[in-house]
Design a protein around this ligand. Structure first.
Ligand code: PRX
Length: 633
């Protein structure tokens, strides 16, 4: 196993070593894994193109490290523990041995359906064990998984299938989520009707049962394809830099981009970070409440925990069903030791009152984690005191889809915590703050653009099908640095606090969204001339979506039109992107070169119209007054 740091002194020493001799440090971590052929060069990199390669010419398969390697020592230990949406349904569990067999059978079924190394397989599934099993089955045969969060719309799914020219979609019939029953297969059918010509097979897992439309030459039932398969499937030999998966994420421009992660570095880093951040001990039950449709689920439900031989829990449902005590009931039931969730869930549950927490015995909890958005002080203290009873250190983990693993965080019980601060970088991570001119700010007690100046094993390698976009987005703002898109503060002790995005990306309930993407969706409505979307502070969601819309004709029935706009966005992206507030405006403030002045719109949306700065240089200064008057906050 990789190093597990046990004291602040050890952390400081490991950090120092990882900066002085990064290659030696990571080679040491990598040597505890199972390789068919050892790598010959640990790292080759330059950030101009960019080109980053770790563990060059190493040969192995990540699933042999997640599964086969554990069979002897922990074959009968639970690998995946699954809790259903319905609180009365029995939990399911898969030991490492059982998981290995299931993965092999699905891998053989994929092969039998023409999937091989390098083929892209799209997933559109709820949080059922079969999702994790099939993801691992792809990795076993060298196919590339592209998991799409099952809350996205058919159109968003179709966009992602087309971008990666996927050969297969794996989905469920229906999905139970809270009190809702969602027709997953029907959404896939709708996506396929939008020109996904590359799809040859749709593999349908029967989850809840119920009627589905069937297209004989394309649709296949999971049970018919998988059940009779051989429980042994040799693992495809992969190179460290072969693609492991694509995961789409939003940026400030254009359509979501497919972030590409490769096998070697991702394996080393997710395991290393999992063990150190959460201080996982033999026998612990670890629970991350994320969905596998996001990077958190990839790295810290599936890969990191399984590589580390942990018991990882998957939950099908939502925090408020059947009531706001569900998370805590599950923690008590399964004696969860490490609990990892998002600030938006913490704030939502906090609003329901302490009695939901206090009803349950949470004494098993040793570590509390948070991820996805800045955590406000009130939520941090509630989490610490009411949930953790002051006994469970909080790890506020800052990272991104692109970073593959946790970058800045406390190590539970090992390094200090500070409310609202992600705190210190992981060993091997070299963050820095940069000013507007691109100069690195070396002193403390400062704010700046958050960059990373040295490669780490799990960083993105490219954006699928468009390497130039990767360079432009992440490596062109500041010379020789990866730019995160976030602003951060560094305190007098060198601890980092993430302030939030400094680009046109908003973070709604921990879901990352490009304002341009939402605008494009709104503009699909035939009555819309132009729109501008900004984030505004929201008590529960962190940020809400505020849309300013210019319409072709006067809006007489505002409620009706607003509903139409929300429906269009739901159709184009999904319900998570629906605007919370919509203001119909006669114009948008623009510079003389025609650029929308978002700064002004953000300020008005935040409820602060006091000092909008100099608007006299605008093309249309009058419009600002009228927007101020009609503001929805
Ligand atoms: O703005 C940061 C915020 O989420 C963004 C990354 O979003 P995504 O790629 O969807 O990954 C989320 C899960 C890793 C970041 O640019 N973010 C993530 N974690 C934190 C955070 N902001 C503040 N504190 C965090 N702990």
């Amino acid at each position: 196993m990789t190093l597990q740091i046990k004291s602040f002194e050890e952390y400081k020493a490991a950090y120092e070593r990882s900066v002085q001799d990064p290659e030696g440090f990571w080679a040491e971590q990598a040597s505890s894994f199972y390789w068919k052929e050892k790598w010959d060069t640990t790292l080759e990199w330059e950030f101009k193109s960019p080109s980053v390669k770790w563990f060059l010419n190493g040969k192995f398969n990540i699933t042999e490290n997640c599964l086969d390697r554990h069979l002897e020592s922990r074959g009968d230990q639970v690998a995946i523990l699954w809790e259903a949406n319905d609180p009365n349904a029995p939990a399911k569990s898969y030991t490492y041995k059982q998981l290995y067999i299931e993965v092999c059978k699905v891998a053989n079924a994929l092969k039998a359906n023409g999937i091989g190394k390098g083929d892209r397989v799209c997933f559109y599934m709820p949080m059922v064990p079969e999702l994790a099993i099939a993801v691992l089955a792809c990795a076993r045969i060298g196919a590339v998984h592209s998991v799409v969060f099952a809350g996205f719309s058919a159109t968003a799914l179709a966009d992602r299938i087309k971008d990666a020219t996927c050969k297969m979609v794996i989905c469920s019939d229906y999905n139970n989520r809270g009190a809702k029953n969602i027709p997953v297969k029907a959404i896939v059918d709708d996506a396929l009707s939008q020109g996904c010509d590359s799809i040859e097979t749709v593999l349908v897992h029967r989850n809840t049962g119920g009627d589905v439309n069937w297209q004989e030459n394309i649709d296949k039932w999971w049970h018919e394809e998988v059940d009779g398969q051989n429980p042994y499937c040799p693992a495809e030999v992969m190179d460290s830099e072969d693609m492991l998966f694509i995961l789409y994420t939003s940026g400030s421009t254009g359509k979501p981009k497919g972030v590409v992660h490769t096998c070697g570095g991702y394996m080393i880093y997710t395991c290393f970070s999992f063990r150190n951040v959460f201080q996982y001990q033999e026998g612990d039950v670890y629970w991350c409440t994320a969905d596998i449709g996001w990077i958190t689920g990839h790295s810290y439900i599936v890969y990191g925990p399984l590589l580390a031989g942990a018991t990882t829990m998957m939950f099908e449902g939502i925090p408020t069903y059947p009531d706001a005590g569900r998370f805590w009931e599950i923690c008590e039931k399964h004696k969860v030791n490490q609990f990892y969730t998002a600030p938006t869930a913490i704030r939502a549950l906090m609003a329901h009152g302490n009695e939901y927490v206090n009803k349950y015995d949470l004494s098993s909890i040793k570590v509390l984690g948070t991820v996805g958005e800045p955590i406000n002080a009130e939520a941090w203290h509630w989490y610490n005191e009411v949930v953790g009873k002051g006994n469970a250190p909080i790890v506020d983990t800052w990272w991104q889809t692109e970073t593959g693993g946790i970058m800045i965080t406390s190590l539970a019980g090992v390094t200090p915590t500070k409310p609202t601060y992600a705190t210190l970088p992981m060993p091997g991570i070299q963050p820095c703050l940069v000013d507007g001119d691109g100069n690195e700010i070396t002193e403390n007690d400062v704010e700046g653009y958050l960059c990373v100046k040295f490669p780490w094993p799990s960083m993105l390698r490219t954006t699928y099908g468009d390497h130039e976009r990767c360079r432009q987005t992440y490596f062109s703002s500041f010379t020789d640095k990866y730019f995160t898109g976030d602003g951060a503060r560094r305190d007098e002790n060198g601890m980092y606090r993430i302030i939030g995005r400094v680009d046109d990306v908003i973070n709604v309930s921990g879901h990352r969204m490009g304002t341009a993407e939402v605008e494009n969706a709104i503009n699909q409505h035939p009555g819309v001339v132009e729109s501008a979307v900004v984030g505004y502070p929201h008590d529960i969601k962190g940020q809400g979506i505020y849309a300013y819309i210019i319409t072709a004709d006067e809006v007489n029935d505002e409620d009706g039109f607003t509903k139409e706009i929300r429906d269009v966005v739901t159709r184009e992206i999904g319900p998570i992107a629906k605007p919370d507030l919509i203001q119909y405006v006669p114009g948008l403030p623009k510079t003389r070169s025609g650029k929308i002045m978002r700064r002004i719109l953000r300020k008005i949306a935040s409820g602060d119209t006091s000092n909008l700065g100099d608007v006299s240089t605008l093309l249309n200064p009058d419009v600002v007054e009228s927007i101020k008057e009609g503001a929805k906050v």
